[in-house]
Design a protein around this ligand. Structure first.
Ligand SMILES: NC(=O)c1ccc[n+]([C@@H]2O[C@H](COP(=O)([O-])OP(=O)(O)OC[C@H]3O[C@@H](n4cnc5c(N)ncnc54)[C@H](OP(=O)(O)O)[C@@H]3O)[C@@H](O)[C@H]2O)c1
Length: 363
């Protein structure tokens, strides 16, 4: 989310020391129905796959043309439920489908490497659910493969494609906050009974599903921070980390405090504190919602944004379609180097918690 990767500041106004703008900038986002259509294939038929398809179908002109599952029955059921023309009974068959432009990888964390590799080797661009893989070496392998083959790849950090985050980028680029000195993000959702999210065998625990958003946020706002401390609480029954808190810092003393919990619903807010003003993202910070900038004298600017949750997953798909149309192999909203940096920080934090990161299943 560095200013360099964001859009040109619009109504955000002058930099530090200048007059305060009258309002926050409008988001710079495409018309959802005007982005050139790409034929989408869905790999995996779980919870997020269904939300993604529903979002595309409700708000865009992006057609979902195929779905693939380990079971033909499940693929056919998903296809019937969502009006998808072709159902494939294996992931191999799905990626070999010649009438597909891009594959959305919607399997569990530890399967992303194998399944994205399959698609890239078949020459298919990929949007890979977050985290791209939990292990830095696996993520590097995937990134290198995509780059070697010249195939588009992007981690599905839908947060960064939301109109709300276009406003955040413009505010940062405008200098309205002064010098950013601290970032904080917290995400908590009681998920202990979830079939996958706490299961250590499937890469479960508070880091991969939800903690990844908090570290991504810190890394996007202040790239270059390192983990200086982290503490995680292991769940007595599941054995995975149920909640954690970590501090990141750099040699200039800039700080990020991040925390995540699968044990309880926590406020799930974030802020970016600058010497002139502080930007706050009311809950849930990683989803659609408002942006608030509060100045040192207590005055505020606010951009409204409805809490539309996962209905807005389509913005990341539009970003992929836009990039493919422009012949790009990476998205400027989520360059692969930023994915690598986030995954490295996640691993660093987990090492400090005594929670070694599991390698993915081999492709
Ligand atoms: N962006 C977001 O807001 C968001 C929200 C939730 C999850 N996610 C991410 O999306 C990914 C999937 O999460 P989910 O909650 O959708 O998971 P899920 O409901 O468990 O679905 C995962 C799918 O993976 C496939 N799969 C392949 N091998 C499997 C195996 N050995 N065991 C179980 N399933 C297997 C299954 O599809 P088939 O049976 O059809 O093969 C299954 O439906 C995760 O990486 C997560 O971080 C993102």
């Amino acid at each position: 989310m560095s200013p360099a990767t964001g859009p040109t500041p619009a109504a955000a106004g002058p930099g530090p020391g200048g007059a305060r703008p009258e309002r926050l900038p409008d988001p710079v986002v495409p018309d959802p129905r005007a982005v050139p259509a790409k034929r989408w294939a869905i790999l995996g038929t779980g919870w997020i796959a269904a939300r993604f398809v529903e979002a595309l179908q409700a708000s865009t002109s992006q057609p979902v043309v195929a779905v693939g599952s380990r079971s033909l029955g499940r693929a056919a059921e998903f296809a019937a439920e969502h009006g998808i023309a072709r159902a494939h009974g294996s992931y191999e068959e799905l990626v070999a489908d010649g009438d597909v432009d891009v594959v959305y990888i919607a399997t569990g964390h530890l399967d992303h490497l194998a399944h994205a590799t399959l698609a890239i080797l078949a020459g298919k661009p990929v949007l890979v659910e977050k985290p791209m893989t939990p292990h830095p070496a696996d993520t590097r392998a995937l990134v290198e493969l995509a780059r070697e083959r010249g195939v588009f790849a992007m981690e599905a950090v839908w947060t960064l494609a939301l109109p709300r985050y276009s406003i955040v980028r413009q505010v940062l680029a405008s200098g309205m906050l002064g010098e950013v000195v601290a970032v904080s993000a917290n995400l908590g959702e009681r998920l202990v009974d979830h079939h996958r999210a706490m299961d250590p065998v499937q890469g479960g625990g508070a880091m991969n599903d939800i903690g990844s958003y908090t570290i991504m946020f810190a890394n996007e706002v202040l790239p270059g921070l390192r983990v200086v401390s982290a503490h995680g609480q292991r769940h007595p029954e599941h054995g995975s980390i149920g909640q954690f808190a970590a501090v990141l810092a750099d040699e200039r003393g800039r700080l990020a405090t991040v925390s995540a919990s699968m044990l309880a619903d926590t406020p799930t807010t974030a802020y970016i504190a600058g010497t002139a003003a502080t930007l706050s993202l009311p809950a849930p910070f990683y989803q659609p919602g408002p942006v608030v900038v509060r100045f040192h004298d207590g005055s505020e600017l606010r951009a409204e944004g409805a809490a539309l949750a996962h209905t807005q997953l389509f913005w990341e798909a539009l970003e992929v379609a836009r990039c493919l149309d422009a012949g790009l192999t990476e998205s400027p909203l989520r360059p692969l180097d930023q994915t690598l940096a986030t995954v490295a920080l996640m691993a660093e934090a987990r090492e400090r918690m005594g929670d070694p990161v599991t390698r993915a299943s081999a492709p």
